[in-house]
Design a protein around this ligand. Structure first.
Ligand code: 6PG
Length: 251
């Protein structure tokens, strides 16, 4: 079956964050309308900060914060107050500034020195919340993803072990280039998202974006290529700088 991700090109980072905030709001309102709740897996790194800050400064009454439930797509193997923590970044940029109940925030407890146990614990958290049937996977209303210059997404790095995971929801993934473990949702979970939204900004992402969207390298070498939601939608929100190498640029 042909696969057609939506590609939305905006001029500059500010427009990217505004477009992402509008999409986030649309999805949240629709999910709460339909299911009385909105579940989102947040991405880490630096790009999403612009989106989180925008959501934090918009009129809080626009969103049903008490019906919104926050998870993470991945986490560094550090405590929550570490400058590297994806939880800390999202908490400081957004969650500490909006009226979301603390009980709606499900961070990955990455302070556990045993990364494998931390992954198992987060998987249990997901099972307790989503109650997937045996053999099924949690379905997030929205999964936010970024893409590294090497084509990684979440903490699914090129040629890393986690790429082969077909059963578990969360794994500890050894990332050789950083000589560290990372905790990450696995491809089955990411590909069960109802809506997967990549935010990609900046010239350093242009070569990888061209390869991911137009190249024929294997997905193991550019893991963002392996994000192909089975039922859900996939949207790439990219700015001009990141799209500079694309042959097919949307008008
Ligand atoms: C992380 C993210 C990671 C990130 C990309 C892009 O934990 O860092 O999950 O996948 O999205 O590395 O990062 P930037 O947006 O900072 O370029």
């Amino acid at each position: 079956m042909a696969f057609h991700p939506q590609l939305r090109l905006v001029d500059a980072p500010a427009a990217l964050f505004q477009e992402a905030a509008d999409e986030f709001t649309r999805r949240a309102l629709a999910a709460v309308e339909r299911n009385r709740r909105f579940t989102v897996a947040l991405s880490g790194g630096s790009t999403p900060k612009g989106l989180y800050s925008l959501l934090a400064t918009s009129d809080p009454s626009r969103l049903p914060w008490d019906r919104m439930f926050f998870f993470w797509g991945d986490e560094r193997h550090v405590p929550p107050d570490d400058p590297q923590s994806n939880y800390r970044m999202a908490f400081e940029a957004l969650l500490s500034k909006v009226p979301v109940p603390a009980t709606n925030i499900f961070r990955i407890a990455a302070e556990n020195p045993d990364a494998k146990r931390a992954a198992e614990n987060y998987e249990q958290t997901l099972r307790n919340f989503f109650h997937p049937a045996p053999g099924q996977f949690p379905v997030f209303d929205l999964i936010l993803l970024g893409m590294g210059g090497d084509g990684h997404t979440a903490s699914l790095f090129p040629e890393s072990m986690a790429l082969a995971e077909k059963i578990r929801f969360v794994v500890a993934n050894r990332v050789e280039q950083f000589k560290t473990e990372r905790l990450t949702l696995t491809l089955p979970v990411l590909n069960h998202g109802a809506m997967v939204l990549f935010l990609v900004s900046g010239p350093d992402k242009a070569p990888a974006l061209r390869e991911v969207l137009e190249g024929n390298q294997p997905g193991e070498r550019y893991p963002s290529k392996l994000i192909r939601p089975s039922q859900g939608e996939l949207m790439w929100l990219v700015d001009q700088a990141a799209a500079a190498d694309l042959a097919k640029r949307p008008r």
